[in-house]
Design a protein. Structure first.
Length: 324
């Protein structure tokens, strides 16, 4: 491995990486803080009103969203978190081949005593390491937010169930006024539950980095590479939404890569099936086969590795166009 190439690739990517890390760390920390600001009872009342719609679009049981781990775990499925990871992957992957070709700097680099494989591999390695760093920053932001946030914990008044009317009524003056106003969110949330979600996020970045590198390896215009991968991303997201929204189109979930990105599901596994998180599949409480964390992670990694390999193979064998 050529150290000079690695240093050069890192220098090209350092500001984008720094911005992504700072942004995702801050967002995840603020997201955990927001969870602590909204009382669980009020949040539950809001979700209950929209329960049918929430159940349709949620990958986990709605009851999971009524717990602090479930609410914090949604952080890794926030659009901004996914967008930051995918932006890093597409930006760096598109700059691997088609970017330098478009700028006219590829010929100058290959005029040096280096191979095409060394040049592309150094860029790919920095991109993959960046995916891991961004995913780690997301977990650290969540961890910091959980351990610096306090939640309001109230002891509700005593409720009596009326058998005839089948309803509950609260007994006046039974609310405990001396109950603690705020307690640490960390008392209710174990941040190690989100490690599989962070790994899943990093693997999603590796997949899109490999896909973009593959598209970049045969192209000469960076804007076209970005357009192709962005179009693929949008189509995949639409297919995912349709598979959740339309009962008769449930089979479409097998046609989108986002079926392998389920951070909320991994958090749910950590709470309900802690010994089954890192398995390929297992049988849940309903007697149904469910994909384990290894299936989700390995699927994305294999896709990323395959597309990276295709990109390297094409670049090492293609004829490079003359600079214009």
């Amino acid at each position: 491995m050529n150290t000079a190439l690695l240093v050069r690739s890192f220098r090209e990517a350092r500001w984008l990486l720094l911005g992504s890390v700072v942004t995702i760390f801050g967002f995840c920390m603020i997201r955990a803080w927001i969870v602590g600001r909204v009382e669980m009872s009020r949040f539950q009342n809001i979700v209950e009103i929209l329960r049918p719609e929430v159940e349709r679009y949620s990958a986990v049981d709605v009851a999971q969203l009524f717990t602090y781990p479930g609410r914090v775990g949604v952080t890794f499925n926030e659009p901004l978190v996914v967008l930051l990871m995918v932006t890093w992957a597409i930006a760096r992957g598109s700059d691997s081949v088609s970017g330098p070709l478009g700028r006219g700097t590829m010929e100058m680099m290959l005029a040096q005593p280096i191979s095409r494989f060394q040049l592309l591999f150094s860029k790919s390695l920095v991109t993959v390491v960046g995916c891991a760093v961004i995913a780690t920053a997301a977990w650290l932001g969540t961890h910091t937010g959980v351990h610096t946030t306090k939640v309001k914990q109230e002891k509700p008044p005593v409720a009596i169930k009326l058998p005839v009317l089948n309803m509950k009524i609260e007994v006046p003056f039974t609310e405990v006024k001396e109950a603690p106003v705020r307690v640490p969110l960390a008392d209710f949330v174990d941040t190690s539950l989100f490690i599989p979600s962070a790994i899943n996020l990093g693997c999603l970045g590796v997949f899109f980095a490999g896909l973009t590198t593959w598209m970049s390896s045969w192209d000469r215009y960076r804007w076209r590479t970005i357009g192709i991968v962005t179009g693929f991303l949008i189509v995949q997201m639409i297919v995912r939404v349709v598979s959740l929204a339309v009962d008769t189109a449930h089979w479409l979930k097998y046609l989108t890569i986002f079926t392998l990105y389920e951070p909320e599901v991994l958090t749910s596994y950590g709470v309900r099936y802690p010994t089954e998180v890192w398995t390929f599949y297992f049988e849940n409480n309903k007697g149904e086969l469910a994909l384990g964390g290894l299936s989700l992670v390995s699927g994305l990694l294999l896709g990323g590795a395959a597309t990276f390999a295709l990109g390297h193979w094409i670049f090492c064998r293609r004829d490079l166009p003359a600079p214009v």
